[in-house]
Design a protein around this ligand. Sequence first.
Ligand SMILES: NC(=O)c1ccc[n+]([C@@H]2O[C@H](COP(=O)([O-])OP(=O)(O)OC[C@H]3O[C@@H](n4cnc5c(N)ncnc54)[C@H](OP(=O)(O)O)[C@@H]3O)[C@@H](O)[C@H]2O)c1
Length: 217
Amino acid sequence: MRNIILVVAKSNNNIIGNNNKLLWEIKDDLKWFKELTLNKTIVMGRKTYESIGKALPNRKNIVLSTDLNFKPNDVILYENIERLLLENNEDLYIIGGGQIYREFLNYSNKMFITEVDTNIEGDTMFPIINEDFWFKILIKEINKNSNNEYNCKIYNYIKKTNINMKELKNIIKLYPNDYDLGSFIRNKYNYETHIFYCYIKQYPNNYDLGSFIRKLF
Ligand SMILES: NC(=O)c1ccc[n+]([C@@H]2O[C@H](COP(=O)([O-])OP(=O)(O)OC[C@H]3O[C@@H](n4cnc5c(N)ncnc54)[C@H](OP(=O)(O)O)[C@@H]3O)[C@@H](O)[C@H]2O)c1
């Protein structure tokens, strides 16, 4: 199964930008974003591309625009989402902006949301998420310092409908011992496109992985 992954940094009040610019400088979040998307396919709207000003290096850059006169030579252009999805079967990292997040929300099965701890004014928002449909897991904290303007928390969201809950619950019952459960999950789901892959990497110890999965589900 391929993943469609929204990646965003948003304020407490859901603001992501103003005047086609970002509103903060958080170097550790940019570093995290780079590690996450390097050598992957990123998708952005025409306005976000113009705000960045160039393709991001070492990634396949796809830009959506309906403007036939818009022809930058360092990205792949698409005029609509359907064709983009059809012709690019790999994991897609959707990197903004507001309009693009809104349009891809229903296609996505994963999100990485950096919650920037501020309330701020701006003209572009991230859509409101119905948290009932997502598992939300804290994966990283960033402290305010000279590199990072605000405290942040990075969360991974996984859409509930994309996990075969019946199968998973049976597996959890079958392995009452956390170590055995972790070992089973590691062997069964240890491939990059699976939603458990990042937890398998995050918990190198089978006991911790099993205990995490049991608590989560
Ligand atoms: N905080 C973050 O994580 C983050 C990340 C990215 C961006 N941002 C911010 O978000 C803001 C930009 O967001 P935005 O909502 O104004 O613009 P956007 O989503 O970046 O781009 C919108 C443009 O994309 C094209 N587009 C959208 N849907 C399309 C579709 N289905 N088919 C073809 N083309 C489509 C259109 O281009 P045409 O008009 O050319 O047809 C549209 O005008 C900036 O302030 C930026 O800094 C923040």
